[in-house]
Design a protein around this ligand. Structure first.
Ligand SMILES: Nc1ncnc2c1ncn2[C@@H]1O[C@H](COP(=O)(O)OP(=O)(O)O)[C@@H](O)[C@H]1O
Ligand SMILES: [Mg+2]
Length: 251
């Protein structure tokens, strides 16, 4: 059970602190929430964790491993994956091919071997397809396996992004506003899937704008505003915190 530990992390862009002295714990087997108004620094924090941006100050650890300066591919290899706030799919490829791209971290045969169609690679492709189909079933999209990804409805495209992230069998998934633009029914369906992933032992960091959705799912919630941590605690503690109410409603 590997926990992510963020210790006094800061990131400044041209002298402005987008993330200022943030400390957080994201344990395995739980859904941890990260909320805050637009521009609070939520996505920046994910970019720092995943090695897309370099940390200005502080430390990030995943279990025993110090990943503060680790490049993106090392963070992925450590078992951390993410989804993007803006959907990034191969729009002309099929749904199942988009999901299978996510397996790369685990793939054993060389890409050349699979291009040549060597037997070992072929066998692996068959088993990866079976695993991709299992994910499609979990997300209720098995019937859309051969559908072109770009032709899917928005909510389904978001699901493909999540399945692709899950295909690498991560220990920790960072979800950047995964239910943005979805209706309550779709959001609730995804919420059930997140709960199930956590119950199976995965760490889940859920970034959201929708406070109600987060409070229903999370054990612990952190609140950012203008790069600073203004509150943290249980859902009840956080929604009753005057600083949080002010941040959301405006002073
Ligand atoms: N690469 C960057 N260069 C300069 N400023 C950035 C960069 N990324 C984010 N910022 C700034 O950092 C702040 C936090 O942004 P962001 O992390 O996207 O917020 P959130 O995801 O909470 O809406 C914003 O003021 C944004 O303009
Ligand atoms: Mg963001």
């Amino acid at each position: 059970m590997t926990a992510l530990s963020i210790d006094h992390v800061s990131k400044s862009f041209g002298g402005v602190d987008a993330v200022a002295d943030i400390s957080m714990q994201v344990p395995a087997g739980r859904i941890t929430g990260l909320i805050g108004p637009n521009g609070a620094g939520k996505t920046t924090l994910i970019n720092l964790i995943t090695g897309i941006l370099t940390v200005s100050k502080g430390h990030i650890r995943f279990g025993e491993q110090d990943i503060t300066q680790a490049p993106a591919h090392m963070v992925a290899r450590a078992g951390i994956t993410r989804t993007f706030q803006n959907i990034r799919l191969l729009t002309e490829a099929s749904v199942i091919d988009n999901v299978m791209i996510g397996f790369y971290r685990r793939e054993r045969s060389s890409t050349l071997a699979s291009l040549l169609g060597l037997p070992a690679a072929r066998k692996e492709t068959v088993s990866l397809r079976a695993r991709a189909l299992a994910l499609l079933e979990l997300f209720g999209m098995a019937h859309l396996a051969e559908h072109e990804a770009g032709g899917l409805a928005y909510g389904h495209q978001r699901r493909v992004e999540m399945m692709r992230a899950l295909a690498s069998e991560p220990a920790l998934i960072l979800l950047d506003e995964p239910v943005a633009g979805m209706n309550d029914v779709e959001a609730a369906e995804l919420g059930e899937i997140f709960t199930r992933l956590a119950r199976e032992g995965m760490g889940v960091l859920l970034i959201e704008h929708n406070v109600r959705f987060v409070t229903q799912l999370c054990h612990h919630i952190y609140v950012l505003d203008s790069g600073r941590m203004i509150a943290s605690g249980t859902p009840t503690e956080v929604v009753n915190n005057p600083a949080v109410i002010t941040a959301y409603l405006g002073a």
